[in-house]
Design a protein around this ligand. Structure first.
Ligand code: ADP
Ligand code: MG
Length: 394
């Protein structure tokens, strides 16, 4: 994929409007995890070194078009200032006269962060006038917010209509490079690990990846939906009913292609989803009525670790169980450790999946951690994203 890149452009003396992903967790007015801010630093520093001034814009949370003080980016400006070791100016809106004035006063080498884009509903609507105003602040546009590139929002998609000079930052370039490699030239066998809860959102990517992957292993609500599609008993385990027709179709396609496909051989079941619940492994893959599957069982772990050890390329999205509850986290943590222990090229995407990898303490042993869960899945399924398309060389 041939994207316009910041390295091939001249930013000296230019104002750059840069879309970043500063959607970080905030508790009691403090940034509790600054991974995303740190991830944008290489591009920010590079542009400043090249003589640009920067207007940074991001969303934070889901304020739904209204001003929500707890979702203000002001605390992010403070954290960025510490990380960058230089002043970061802040304006309490992202469009309007005050912003215009701050932009006009911005000197070479200075950084200005705008307030949460989603305080205006026009951002998520992809509104043209809103995008045009954002575009007017910069002589050039740079996007480094991979996690939002699957959305046709004003600051990641519509804005391109009003910018002549567009480019991808280093973060987007890296994500696209890694995911494109997975799609076009994966070393075989290619193992896809799918778990988690958002089955409807995700099951479509399996269909689109059937021609690429050799082995699929499943856990979580995803697995229970497939098991149900095979008409096996899953007791009171959580499934997404609407996904069953597609699950059935995928099973047929998998059989046609003779792919290796696994649902868990056994499960950890409980009758109450809580820390102090009774729980135990099942003997087989079915779950009696009144019981809930909350993790993959010991036999499943053994089988999945074997699949992981045979793989040369691995993509993982979605925990194997309710990993937030300690007694039900084992399957997910064992999978994370097994991936870390192989030499396979491994990519993990998705908020909860990445959190689990961090909890297992193996993040540095994963080849690539995707900053965007939904965005990485959609990229794998479609080969591109709206926000990436606009950065492509024509
Ligand atoms: P990601 O954030 O990595 O994309 P998801 O958001 O799709 O993953 O799924 C993560 C959620 O799935 C977690 O909150 C976890 O508790 C839940 N989950 C996993 N297995 C089960 C299960 N068997 N029953 C209910 N919820 C589950
Ligand atoms: Mg999640």
């Amino acid at each position: 994929m041939n994207l316009y890149s910041v390295e091939e452009k001249d930013y000296s003396g230019k104002r750059v409007f840069m879309r970043v992903d500063f959607n970080v967790p905030i508790k009691e007015g403090k940034v509790v995890d600054d991974t995303r801010i740190k991830a944008s630093l290489p591009t920010i520093k590079y542009l400043l070194e090249k003589g640009a001034s920067l207007i940074l814009a991001s969303h934070l949370g889901r304020p739904k078009g209204k001003v929500v003080p707890e979702m203000s980016l002001k605390v992010v400006a403070e954290r960025l200032q510490e990380l960058l070791g230089k002043e970061v100016k802040f304006v309490p809106d992202c469009i309007g006269d005050e912003v215009k004035k701050a932009v006009e006063n911005l000197q070479k080498g200075e950084v200005l962060l705008l307030e949460n884009l989603r305080f205006h509903k026009e951002e998520e609507e992809g509104d043209e006038n809103f995008a045009k105003e954002l575009a007017s602040y910069g002589d050039a546009y740079v996007n480094d917010a991979f996690g939002t590139c699957h959305r046709k929002h004003a600051s990641v998609y519509t804005i391109a209509k009003f910018c002549e000079d567009v480019a991808a930052g280093f973060l987007i370039k890296k994500e696209v490079e890694v995911l494109t490699k997975l799609l076009t030239d994966p070393e075989k066998p290619f193992l896809l690990i799918l778990g988690g809860a958002k089955v409807i959102d995700k099951i479509g990517i399996i269909k689109n990846l059937l021609d690429k992957v050799d082995t699929i292993i499943t856990g979580g609500v995803m697995a229970y939906t497939f098991i149900r599609a095979k008409n096996w008993e899953i007791g009171d385990s959580k499934i997404e009913e609407e996904a069953i027709p597609l699950a059935k179709e995928i099973i047929r396609e998998i059989n046609k292609r003779h792919l290796e496909f696994h649902t868990p051989l056994d499960h950890i079941i409980t009758n109450k989803v809580s820390e102090d619940a009774h729980y135990f492994p099942t003997e087989r893959g079915t779950i009696p009525l009144g019981w809930i599957g909350v993790d993959i069982g010991p036999q499943a772990i053994e089988e999945y670790v074997d699949c992981i050890n045979r793989a040369k390329t691995i993509f993982w999205n979605g925990p194997m169980g309710i990993y937030e509850i300690k007694p039900f986290a084992k399957g997910t943590l064992e999978i994370a450790k097994a991936i870390a222990n192989t030499d396979a090229f491994s990519v993990v995407g998705g908020g909860d999946s990445v959190a689990a990898v961090n909890e297992a303490g193996v993040a540095d042993k994963i080849s690539h951690i995707c900053t965007g869960g939904g965005a990485s899945l959609e990229f794998l399924s479609k080969g591109t994203l709206p926000g990436i398309e606009i950065l492509q060389k024509k």
